[in-house]
Design a protein around this ligand. Structure first.
Ligand code: ATR
Length: 294
């Protein structure tokens, strides 16, 4: 039975491409926990048409909210009337809520990552040395949440050093020890920038380099991750860094499926002020992905 008096809420996930998106399934599973009725659709939008599409969805079609994915996260940042701190810090919006004729942009990717690492995987981040591979939009979205979670030292490794340097400057300004290292990361290069021999305790891959099978040598030397909890923002067959780290001797290695579910839960909470139980949804999705792979 549906909630008495509650209407069907209109939501969308907007991207290009969008066919692969698991967001409708995840949000429908959350909504069932609260007997809510959702009309949650995938919207494939032309690369130049985000504003037009979003204006129509919210102003004319009664849309309550939107998830935004590649390549529209920056466009959504300029589109919304108001930016939450999370979106301002990330420079990107993945969740929009429309209320009283105003749109609010949020970014739940960071909180999704932190909740997955600290709650699902029970790995505390306070005081850790974190190595982040990549310095694109994803890294920008997760850096501040990692700092807020208490990470003590941040090292960013990127093919284009200037991009890593820009991101590192922002967190250095807050008094956090932050450094840039070139790729591939080695014990020697790490020690030379951090001024010590401490190994990373968390390694997070945000690059898409893992899609190339033989690419890991250009990312890092395996001995760098022997003390590390390794996290790949990709999931399923695309999470090659995760598979590689597992065999290369990481303390633990996980893919980004949990982050996908946790960022969705935080979006759901923004729309409905309810926190879904993510574990059954995570388990169901994991089994479905495994079945599809076999
Ligand atoms: P996202 O929003 O997913 O972070 P992005 O902003 O395009 O996507 O960033 C992609 C990241 O993967 C960047 O750090 C990029 O490195 P550059 O900044 O040097 O471009 C990294 N990347 C992509 N392909 C790579 C490759 N073949 N080797 C090394 N790094 C790569």
């Amino acid at each position: 039975m549906k909630k008495t008096g509650s209407e069907t809420c209109k939501l969308q996930v907007v991207g290009n491409p969008i066919g692969h998106s698991k967001s409708p399934d995840i949000h429908q599973a959350f909504a069932r926990q609260f007997d809510r009725s959702l009309d949650y659709q995938k919207a494939l939008v032309d690369v130049d048409s985000f504003d037009q599409h979003a204006t129509d969805f919210f102003a004319n079609q009664g849309g309550l909210g939107m998830n935004v994915t590649v390549p529209f996260k920056e466009a959504a940042c300029s589109f919304v009337n108001h930016l939450a701190t999370s979106a301002e810090q990330a420079g990107a919006v993945n969740t929009v809520k429309y209320t009283n004729g105003q749109s609010w942009g949020h970014n739940t990717d960071g909180v999704g990552l932190i909740n997955d690492i600290t709650r699902r995987w029970q790995f505390p981040l306070a005081g850790r040395l974190a190595l982040i591979l990549g310095a694109g939009g994803s890294t920008r979205g997760i850096l501040q949440p990692l700092v807020d979670a208490g990470v003590a030292t941040v090292v960013v490794a990127n093919r284009t050093a200037a991009k890593a340097a820009r991101l590192v400057e922002r967190i250095k300004a807050q008094g956090i020890a932050a450094f840039v290292v070139p790729l591939p990361v080695t014990l020697a290069s790490l020690a030379s920038v951090t001024g010590g021999l401490k190994l990373p305790e968390v390694v997070i891959n945000t690059t898409s380099i893992g899609l190339q099978l033989d690419a890991m040598d250009s990312l890092m030397a395996p001995e760098v991750l022997t003390q590390a909890f390794c996290y790949d923002l990709s999931y399923g067959t695309q999470a090659r860094f995760h598979s590689w780290a597992k065999t290369a001797g990481a303390l633990k290695s996980v893919d980004g499926l949990g982050m996908l579910v946790e960022q969705a839960a935080a979006s759901y909470n923004i729309w409905f002020q309810e926190w879904p139980d993510t574990e059954p949804v995570y388990q169901q999705l994991m089994h479905r992905i495994r079945a599809d792979e076999n």
